[in-house]
Design a protein around this ligand. Structure first.
Ligand SMILES: Cc1cc2nc3c(=O)[nH]c(=O)nc-3n(C[C@H](O)[C@H](O)[C@H](O)COP(=O)(O)OP(=O)(O)OC[C@H]3O[C@@H](n4cnc5c(N)ncnc54)[C@H](O)[C@@H]3O)c2cc1C
Length: 203
């Protein structure tokens, strides 16, 4: 029977027992937990490659992209490090609106996340002005940015698997005793698919 020990905010240790565990933590986070499932499971969890992902929200005093440029929703794929600019698909013809000023991945997401928010904003707006003109700067009111790879307990937008036919991915698509994996990026060990009579967890 799987057993888990957690520490409460007051510092006490609590033990929980269950018939099964569905482990849905991001794999690279779970790889750092103390467990008794074996080193091959840890290696398989570490095999997942976390993807850096970033976004910035830009709130404008006017919906200039609608009134001046006739853009009602959709995306501009750019050849800049913004990757994409997204326009809202709601609130058309309203008073104010919020754009996604960048939705980027990989090296571009890391480059922005290395900066404090004010510099992320300045960099994103300097790119956007080249596409939409001065209103991109002058109508701006508020902003907010997120870097998922820097978010505690999440640590990525999603994970990629270098191979989905190799031993690591196959291992996580099977239960380890009574522990099933349902991590981001679609590794999944489904009840019944590989173990109709699940083995007890190794202790
Ligand atoms: C900007 C963005 C856009 C996306 N767009 C799409 C899309 O269009 N389509 C799509 O399919 N996917 C998309 N994704 C990816 C998708 O959101 C993720 O793959 C999905 O949310 C992963 O779900 P999950 O439940 O596996 O992991 P998560 O949602 O990351 O959940 C993991 C949970 O584990 C918790 N946790 C961590 N450590 C512990 C611990 N020690 N104890 C207990 N809990 C813990 C975390 O707090 C978190 O709640 C997008 C992701 C991002 C960032």
């Amino acid at each position: 029977m799987p057993r888990s020990r957690t520490r409460t905010p007051s510092g006490r240790t609590r033990t929980q027992r269950a018939d099964f565990v569905v482990a849905a933590m991001p794999p690279m986070v779970m790889a750092r937990l103390k467990h008794n499932l074996g080193t091959d499971i840890t290696a398989a969890l570490k095999y997942a490659v976390p993807t850096p992902v970033g976004k910035i929200g830009l709130e404008y005093r006017s919906r200039w992209w609608e009134t001046d440029e006739h853009i009602y929703g959709g995306i501009t794929p750019t050849d800049t490090d913004l990757a994409t600019i997204w326009y809202p698909s709601y609130g058309h013809q309203g008073r104010r609106g919020t754009l996604i000023g960048y939705y980027n991945f990989g090296a571009n997401a890391v480059a922005y996340s290395d900066l404090p928010h004010a510099q992320r904003l300045a960099r994103a707006v300097s790119r956007g002005v080249k596409i939409h003109g001065d209103k991109y700067r002058t109508e701006l009111d508020h902003s907010f940015s997120v870097a998922w790879h820097r978010t505690p307990h999440i640590e990525a937008g999603w994970v990629d698997w270098p191979s989905q036919t190799g031993p690591e991915y196959k291992l996580l698509n099977q239960p380890a005793g009574h522990v099933y994996f349902a991590a981001t990026g679609s590794a999944m060990s489904s009840p019944g698919s590989t173990a109709r009579s699940p083995r007890p967890a190794r202790s």
